[in-house]
Design a protein around this ligand. Structure first.
Ligand code: NAP
Ligand code: MG
Length: 403
């Protein structure tokens, strides 16, 4: 069979440890035999980031802006231990942070559902995608511990030099704490656009929630920006697509999410997204079954797995032992990117290939062939635990039948 041809290259960001091993296996076993794979390759493995003073990360983000679609392998975010392990010149920043800042993007995380693994909330029969606003609020706060007798005020120096003051609290007789947070209209607007675009893209409703009844200026600003952008830029498109923008209070949203069947995007303020994404991921069963895509407000996409480099498995691998590492989220990062590339370049066979590869992957698990992490969760009677490579080979057997 002739290989599927590509037009525009995908930006390929290689990574670290066990996921770097899986990356090559996926390409060798499931992609290169079928696709004339065209990628612009960037090695974000920690050694090369160190060698290039992290310039390779910046270059990969610029290439993503240029071509529009990237696929990224998990990478090490250096800490003190990694400084010694890799003899680093500097404690380089998280590549994901650098790329997200350059693309001004929003991260959407979606669980992959399979028969045999029931979410802790069994009525969640469809995925819930969480979008987290990754700027500001308490993540860029300033805070102080103050002594009794202190008076805390919020002071803003206006453009004309005058000052606006608000009393926060008069700590007359007791010690206490205070905190200053901010956000930017532009960042909130980018977040809103990324959310509305992604809703259209995946044909799903989008929910957004804040605490605007209590926070009448801060949270209310989020609500107003979302509503304004929706009314001016998206209302018609949403009506045409038959999808809905739904705003409610955060506590009402939480209650509704638990009662729901899933199948929508939940846009969250930074802290809500931090907390709720861990809850949702856990409820669906496994971090190794969670995909992630960074979407910029101007429609640039970077796909990856939500998990890290699976370091413990890598050390086993280095000792020559077989590991049973789950490759599904990394595989879905590839299919997501290939499908998006196919859609943008009008390559129906590439889109169909991505669909088939996802189908074959789910079929494999539902046939009972899975890695150890899933076998521990699955209720299938005939399950069989396989190693990292054997799983991909089993997917390939099913893929061949679908082609
Ligand atoms: P991790 O790599 O996600 O792994 C944590 C544990 O979760 C593993 O030890 C493993 O449990 C389980 N696990 C995660 N993914 C799995 C998979 N695909 N298959 C099977 N089991 C899986 O997180 P970490 O150990 O905290 O971080 C390791 C490195 O990854 C760090 O250097 C961190 O900086 C980096 N990281 C990168 C990204 C990213 O690039 N997006 C995200 C998070 C972390 P068992 O060991 O019990 O089997
Ligand atoms: Mg969290």
């Amino acid at each position: 069979m002739a290989k599927i041809q590509m037009k525009t290259p995908l930006v390929e960001m290689d990574g670290d440890e066990m996921t770097r091993i899986i990356w090559k296996m996926i390409k060798d076993i499931l992609l290169i035999p079928y696709i004339d794979l065209k990628t612009e390759y960037y090695d974000l493995g920690l050694e090369y980031r160190n060698e290039t003073n992290d310039q390779v990360t910046v270059d990969s983000a610029l290439a993503t802006k240029k071509y529009g679609v990237a696929v990224k392998c998990a990478t090490i975010t250096p800490n003190a231990a990694r400084m010694t392990e890799y003899d680093l010149k500097e404690m380089w920043k998280s590549p994901n942070g650098t790329i997200r800042a350059m693309l001004d993007g929003t991260v959407f995380r979606t669980p992959i559902l399979v028969k045999g693994i029931t979410p802790y909330i069994p009525t969640w029969t469809k995925p819930i995608t969480i979008a987290r606003h990754a700027y500001g609020d308490i993540y860029k706060n300033v805070e102080m511990q103050v002594k009794a007798g202190s008076k805390a005020e919020l002071v803003c120096t206006n453009p004309d030099g005058s000052e606006t003051r608000e009393l926060i609290y008069d700590f007359k007789n007791e010690d206490g704490i205070i905190q200053g947070v901010h956000n930017r209209d532009e960042s909130i607007s980018s977040f809103a656009r990324a959310c509305f675009n992604f809703a259209l893209d995946t044909n799903q409703d989008i929910w957004f929630a804040t605490k605007d009844t209590i926070s009448k200026k801060y949270d209310h600003r989020f609500k107003d920006i979302f509503q304004e952008i929706y009314d001016n830029e998206y209302k018609e498109k949403f009506e045409k697509a038959g999808i809905e923008y739904f705003y409610t209070l955060i506590d009402d949203a939480v209650a509704r999410v638990v009662r729901s069947n899933g199948g929508y995007i939940w846009a969250c303020k930074n802290y809500d997204g931090d907390v709720m994404s861990d809850m949702v991921a856990t409820a669906y069963g496994s971090l190794a079954m969670m995909t992630s895509v960074l979407v910029s407000p101007d429609g640039v996409y970077e796909y990856e797995a939500a998990h890290g480099t699976v370091q413990r498995h890598y050390y086993k691998h280095l000792k020559g032992e077989k590991t049973s590492t789950n490759s599904v989220a990394t595989l879905f990062a590839w299919t997501g990117a290939l499908r998006k590339r196919g859609e943008l370049d009008n390559l129906d066979d590439l889109v169909k290939f991505a669909d088939n590869l996802e189908k074959a992957t789910i079929q494999t698990i539902e046939d009972g062939v899975m890695t150890g992490d899933l076998a521990a969760l699955s209720t299938l009677p005939n399950k069989q635990t396989v190693d990292t490579e054997a799983f991909l080979v089993a997917v390939n057997e099913r893929l061949q039948k679908l082609m």
